[in-house]
Design a protein around this ligand. Structure first.
Ligand SMILES: CC(C)(COP(=O)(O)OP(=O)(O)OC[C@H]1O[C@@H](n2cnc3c(N)ncnc32)[C@H](O)[C@@H]1OP(=O)(O)O)[C@@H](O)C(=O)NCCC(=O)NCCS
Length: 241
């Protein structure tokens, strides 16, 4: 399998309303227990949908029956495929926001972040802590929704990179310098001042309604294949109207 083309699949919880409980048997015992522990219905449904989509898509990418896939987590919690017999398991990463779930699959380290477009509480404080002076300038010279979008765009770029590395909150995010100008394609300018390391990465944006979504992959060039995942993908279930 060659995934120079990154696969991005996204889905929307309401598209699957009434179907979630029928999906539970497709999950492992551990995933089912995790699903049951969610107190908030939206979070529970989002988790179930994310796992069903993940298994379905990784099954396609690796040629393994989705229910037979097994997973493990890295030191800081990043899940990876740990299925016996797979020599080069695909890399993947999941993200969610509101009713949206998105998944990236690639041959190389990959991270993804999605954020619903919204006014961000404490944007000034967060930007002061995590953004470079140039990133802050680009955000706060704007007003209203343009400002929210500029903030979230930079945020998703940093998070996508952070999630690709799998390091979690331990990484100093101010050192992850992104392309802050919304008129230019996304990208990494430097990682802790290292421009060569930044050049090893590609950042790509996905056009998903009502959201900002960035994928980071550790390769110098890549293209994105984006598809909406619907009940029809699972076969025999009603298609989205
Ligand atoms: C792990 C982390 C990256 C998740 O971020 P989030 O925005 O809360 O959540 P997302 O919806 O994007 O991603 C969650 C998914 O990422 C995956 N994940 C978990 N730990 C991960 C890690 N260390 N690295 C990458 N992916 C991870 C999981 O699949 C998880 O979904 P699941 O729990 O349903 O399996 C987060 O805990 C973290 O460390 N955030 C950094 C916070 C920060 O300082 N941000 C500043 C940005 S400018």
């Amino acid at each position: 399998m060659s995934l120079r083309v990154l696969r991005l699949r996204w889905s929307f919880v309401p598209d699957f309303s009434g179907l979630m409980e029928t999906f539970l048997p497709r999950l492992s015992a551990e995933e089912q227990q995790r699903a049951i522990r969610f107190r908030i219905s939206e979070a529970r449904q989002r988790f179930i949908l994310a796992r069903v989509m993940l298994r379905h898509q990784l099954g396609n990418a690796s040629g393994v029956v989705p229910e037979s896939l097994s997973f493990a987590t890295g030191k800081h919690g990043k899940p990876f495929l740990d299925t016996p017999g797979l020599d080069h398991p695909p890399h993947f990463n999941l993200t969610h926001s509101g009713g949206l779930v998105a998944l990236a699959i690639a041959d190389d380290e990959v991270g993804i972040d999605i954020e619903n477009v919204r006014a961000v509480a404490m944007a000034q404080r967060l930007a002061h802590r995590f953004f470079s002076p140039e990133e802050r300038k680009h955000v706060f010279e704007l007003e209203g929704e343009a400002r929210d979008r500029a903030f979230l765009r930079i945020w998703t770029q940093k998070e996508a990179y952070l999630k690709a590395t799998g390091l979690g909150v331990g990484m100093p995010l101010r050192g992850v310098e992104t392309e802050p100008n919304p008129a230019k394609p996304p990208g990494l300018r430097a990682i802790a001042g290292d421009r060569e390391e930044a050049a090893r990465w590609t950042l790509l944006e996905a056009d998903i309604p009502g959201a900002l979504c960035t994928v980071a992959v550790r390769r110098p060039a890549a293209t994105l294949e984006i598809k909406r995942f619907t009940p029809a993908d699972l076969g025999g279930l009603p298609a989205v109207q």
